[in-house]
Design a protein around this ligand. Structure first.
Ligand SMILES: Cc1cc2nc3c(=O)[nH]c(=O)nc-3n(C[C@H](O)[C@H](O)[C@H](O)COP(=O)(O)OP(=O)(O)OC[C@H]3O[C@@H](n4cnc5c(N)ncnc54)[C@H](O)[C@@H]3O)c2cc1C
Length: 499
């Protein structure tokens, strides 16, 4: 009897002790499931790893899974091979002040290259469907002094046509870029944002999303001629849209037409690939997520292959607008249309007669277009000049380029590749933004920020904020918490505290 009692009390003590131990142990770190392996998804993974368990956030992050429906990472950063040569098919250029992209490049040991397609170096013609309303001088000379002279002559030609409005345009862009640079401030002076509106208001950028670019530029004192011609050319190239896009998307688009633009040697997609590699991520390629349900404190993701994954945190890093992911409980986001951009690559030679010329050499290397129903394409540019009659061209258009049209435009076509991108939001002012936290729990939407602007860098900035938001909430804080006040920098790479 006594022996039985002793055994029983020993068992009870062990049980209580185990229970006590279990209750005092901290819960396992949250697991994160990210849908999309573009720059948005890969940056979320990077910043989660970089900031977790740091002097900023005491939260730890467990396993991170990234799901990608395609067999390659990078999303809208992708390359294409035309006649054996590789070109950017989607996002091709970066701005010199894209500081996250610059830091990723450095961290991942990637090589910067100046793309030959940067607008500044090419001869430009503005085509209205019937004639060139403006054309810079074309020089095929390789001699630097001749190139410099032509470039100077072109600047004078531009100034004669557009006058001081050119400086007003540059000022408008610089003011906007300066405000955007606040997103690189140290944590001490930069809160974590729970909504895109809050994020934009804080940087002084929100008003720019409430009016069109056209309205903003008229107020900034630009002449109608500059807006109808050069500005329109740029917005059509960069966003496939007119100057009725919002002022912020417009300013970002204009910034993408300046000097010192760059890209990554071998393809910008390597940024996403590198970030995924260095972030201890389980990558699931060819795994399209079809449904996402919140079940007993976990998000259950089901793929088209019938596989199922559970995570404490789910991040949507792709535009939801044309996707059919089934959410339980359902989520609500404002309706948003994507602008489709058709990118057509042609190896061959343009037909000078299409543009009213006799010689192909007088066709500008970059043909931009005005807003007119007579123009069936947005731009055409020379990517590579193999010789006088053999070049690789890139055409942007809002509609598929028909074979008939291409036959009219080209006298020789050796290879043609067409891509249909659900490219970026169709911008309109005032913009309405989806929530960043879609369900008030742990379901996050990086691409809510795309209504502000769609670029590699803006995706990285939005992703960094989502990573901080997740960490701050798991550190038991909301918004900018105590750990946000700690000093910045773990020495892995330096942020730009001088900005
Ligand atoms: C033609 C074109 C030109 C551009 N030019 C520039 C430029 O010069 N400079 C610049 O900075 N930006 C440019 N952009 C914009 C830039 O590409 C985007 O803003 C940026 O790449 C968006 O990255 P993301 O990660 O948010 O989305 P994405 O790159 O679209 O990544 C989303 C990923 O999610 C995957 N996915 C979607 N649904 C599912 C699912 N259900 N399950 C699993 N995976 C899924 C997709 O396959 C994709 O890989 C351009 C875009 C286009 C299309």
């Amino acid at each position: 009897m006594t022996e039985k009692l002793t055994k029983k009390s020993l068992l009870t003590t062990t049980l209580i002790f185990t229970l006590l131990l279990l209750s005092s142990a901290s819960p396992p770190p949250p697991t994160v499931c990210i849908i999309g392996s573009g720059i948005g998804g890969s940056s979320v993974a990077h910043f989660l790893r970089r900031y977790s368990n740091s002097n900023h956030y005491d939260a730890e992050i467990g396993q991170i899974r990234i799901f990608e429906r395609h067999g390659i990472v990078g999303g809208r950063m992708a390359t294409i091979s035309v006649a054996g040569e590789t070109f950017e098919a989607g996002a091709s250029i970066l701005h010199p002040k894209n500081y996250h992209a610059l830091e990723f490049t450095k961290l991942l040991n990637l090589t910067i290259k100046k793309p030959p397609s940067s607008m500044s170096g090419l001869s430009l013609g503005i085509w209205d469907g019937h004639k060139f309303v403006f054309k810079t001088f074309t020089s095929n000379s390789e001699i630097p002094i001749v190139q410099r002279f032509v470039s100077l002559a072109n600047s004078v030609k531009m100034f004669i046509r557009y006058g001081l409005s050119l400086f007003r345009m540059a000022n408008f862009v610089e003011r906007t870029v300066d405000r955007f640079l606040k997103y690189y401030n140290a944590f001490e002076s930069r809160p974590v944002f729970e909504s895109v509106e809050e994020m934009l208001k804080w940087a002084g950028l929100c008003n720019l999303t409430t009016r069109t670019l056209g309205e903003e530029l008229v107020e900034a004192g630009l002449s109608p001629l500059l807006i109808e011609e050069l500005v329109t050319v740029i917005t059509r190239i960069n966003y496939g849209q007119s100057v009725s896009i919002s002022g912020l998307a417009g300013a970002v688009s204009l910034a993408g037409a300046g000097g010192s633009l760059w890209s990554i040697e071998g393809g910008n997609w390597q940024m996403a690939a590198g970030l995924i590699n260095e972030s201890n991520v389980v990558l699931h390629l060819h795994q399209e997520i079809e449904s996402l349900s919140y079940v007993a404190g976990l998000y259950e993701l089901n793929s088209s292959k019938g596989e199922s994954y559970r995570c404490e945190v789910a991040v949507i890093a792709t535009p939801l607008d044309e996707l059919n992911i089934h959410f339980t409980p359902s989520i609500s986001i404002p309706e948003r249309k994507l602008q489709h951009t058709f990118t057509t690559f042609v190896r061959g030679c343009l037909n000078p007669k299409y543009f009213g010329f006799n010689m192909v050499s007088v066709i500008p290397e970059l043909v931009g277009t005005t807003e007119s129903s007579d123009v069936p394409f947005s731009s055409i540019s020379v990517l590579r000049r193999h010789n006088e009659k053999d070049m690789t061209y890139k055409i942007f258009s809002r509609q598929l380029m028909s074979e008939e049209l291409l036959d009219q435009m080209f006298s020789v076509r050796n290879e043609t590749i067409k891509i249909n991108w659900g490219a970026y939001p169709h911008y309109h002012a005032p913009e309405v933004f989806a929530a960043v936290i879609l369900d008030s729990k742990n379901l996050y939407y990086v691409n809510a920020f795309e209504n502000a602007a769609s670029t590699i860098e803006t995706s990285a900035v939005a992703a960094e904020n989502v990573a901080r938001l997740i960490l701050s909430r798991f550190s038991g804080q909301q918004g900018s918490g105590i750990s946000d006040l700690k000093s910045f920098g773990d020495g892995k790479y330096q942020m730009h505290s001088d900005l």
